[in-house]
Design a protein around this ligand. Structure first.
Ligand SMILES: O=P(O)(O)OC[C@@H](O)[C@@H](O)c1c[nH]c2ccccc12
Length: 480
């Protein structure tokens, strides 16, 4: 098994290095270093997704990635294009890393540098500091609770930070209990190398809001990074897709732009597998189902599993593709009922479209999207009341029938709201007006239902046209 193999090799190497360089020598070198760079500051502001760019020439899962990579030139390029931190592999056998890369990179750049290795012993922590590292990686899977706490403490005592890596709920809990401030969720299983892109969605909710969360591994595409913006992570750790890219600056720009400046699209009121497939193919980020019986778009919650099973994309899960998040829309239902449906139907977010109070929102066991209608400036104060207890706010047109009216909301008020919070804009969006909506409101996301319908039914062409228009408008904004 790979992980055992590498830990055994690490032990052998370590025994050798301990003979060559006694620990006292490393401790002395470690204490001689100037103070580590501030790692926490590198992740400010916390509501953005920052890039930890990795210098990695090879990996056991992918083999040679970029054997001729110049580590220092690459790190400088990462920094120049906006990386917040550099991760440097120092493991020589499986990742073709080296301590020399770490030291040379530390001297060349002015952002913090992480030692990426399989750390199991105090000796390696002193080494990291002696080589210039500002942070180290600690992998939960190869450490017991005692070791984890001890190594974390040792890193802190040398004024370094630790990125504590987890790959399950249980490990995430261990990391939190050990007092980890920076928690990395690795989508790649280090034992089987299998990717689970959904892991971050599963684990994110159980991690305290005051920690820095890092999404690790397999981050390549615009869709990958738009997802990270939904899971409120503070950083993404990217290696492969950078080192193999023929246009590294372009790839960095795409990653940072995609995670921080693109618009999330939720297609709401879906009732047919055909339209679910169309929304997925068009690149929708969230799919919404209306569980409000008076609505024309109502679907019974019990029907969701069979509806999804009838979709080609859900029936034949294709590895490279990540499926959207599912949102259930409720109007003034009981919390217990909503929580039950969320569980049964496998919903990721709950949208509350009635007169639910902030206190009510706190009873919901999924992140909440609270719909609010703003009629004048005075209504903006509601935002703050809900913001603290919800995931996102959705600004809809005020109507007596709880949304779906097809009328546009007040974009000026929505713009003010979008300056304060991450909002979803809803109400009367169509392929014809969505570019203007993005320009005028700068919303975090868009919610469309009637605008992608013909004769009150979803329209495959309109779904595609809408998403194309959104993605095109984002590009135009980026070029400006
Ligand atoms: O190259 P990728 O798929 O972008 O992944 C980077 C990083 O997450 C990965 O290198 C990594 C995550 N955890 C590790 C532990 C050891 C070695 C490597 C890793």
């Amino acid at each position: 098994m790979f992980l055992d193999k590498i830990v055994n090799q690490t032990r052998l190497d370590l025994a050798q290095r301990k003979i060559e360089h006694p620990i006292e020598e490393l401790q002395r070198l470690a204490f001689e270093q100037s103070s580590p760079r501030d790692v926490l500051e590198a992740f400010e502001p916390r509501d953005q997704v920052h890039l930890i760019a990795e210098v990695k020439r090879a990996s056991p899962s992918k083999g040679l990635l970029a054997p001729d990579l110049d580590p220092v030139a690459t790190a400088l390029l990462y920094e120049q294009h906006g990386a917040a931190m550099i991760s440097v592999l120092t493991e020589p056998h499986f990742f073709l890393g080296s301590p020399e890369y770490l030291t040379a990179i530390k001297h060349a750049v002015s952002i913090p540098v992480l030692r990426k290795d399989f750390i199991i012993d105090d000796y390696q922590v002193y080494e990291a500091r002696a080589w210039g590292a500002d942070a180290i990686l600690l992998i939960c899977a190869i450490l017991d609770d005692e070791q984890l706490r001890h190594l974390l403490h040792l890193a802190h005592s040398l004024r370094m930070r630790a990125l504590v890596e987890v790959h399950s709920r249980a490990e995430a809990q261990r990391a939190v209990d050990a007092g980890a401030m920076i928690i990395g969720v690795n989508s790649r299983d280090l034992v089987t190398f299998k990717m689970n892109p959904y892991l971050i969605r599963e684990i994110r909710q159980m991690l305290p809001a005051n920690r820095i969360i890092v999404a690790e591994s397999g981050i390549h595409s615009p869709a990958d990074v738009r997802r990270l913006a939904r899971y409120d992570v503070q950083a993404m750790l990217v290696g492969e897709s950078l080192v193999v890219s023929p246009d590294m600056p372009g790839q960095i720009r795409m990653l940072l732009h995609g995670a921080n400046r693109t618009t999330q699209v939720k297609i709401c009121g879906l009732r047919d597998a055909e339209h679910i497939d169309a929304a997925i193919e068009a690149g929708a980020d969230m799919l919404g189902f209306i569980f409000h019986a008076p609505s024309q778009r109502y679907i019974a919650p019990e029907r969701i599993p069979s509806l999804l099973a009838a979709s080609n994309h859900y029936a034949h899960i294709d590895e490279g593709q990540v499926l959207p998040d599912l949102v259930g829309v409720f109007v003034n239902k009981e919390a217990a009922y909503i929580n039950d449906v969320a569980e049964q139907a496998g919903l990721h977010y709950i949208q509350l479209h009635g007169t639910e109070t902030p206190e009510f929102c706190q009873q919901i066991k999924r992140p909440v999207i609270k719909a609010l209608s703003l009629t004048d400036k005075a209504d903006l104060h509601q935002l703050a009341d809900y913001q603290a207890v919800t995931w996102r706010l959705l600004i809809d047109t005020p109507t007596p029938e709880w949304g779906g009216s097809g009328r546009t909301s007040d974009w000026d008020l929505a713009y003010r709201a979008a300056q304060q919070e991450k909002i979803l804009l809803a109400g009367g969006l169509t392929v014809g007006n969505v570019a203007d909506a993005i320009q005028q409101v700068h919303p975090w996301g868009l919610d469309v239902s009637s605008g992608v319908e013909t004769d009150k039914r979803k329209d495959v062409q309109k779904i595609h046209a809408f998403l194309q228009q959104v993605r095109q408008s984002e590009k135009d904004v980026a070029l400006k």
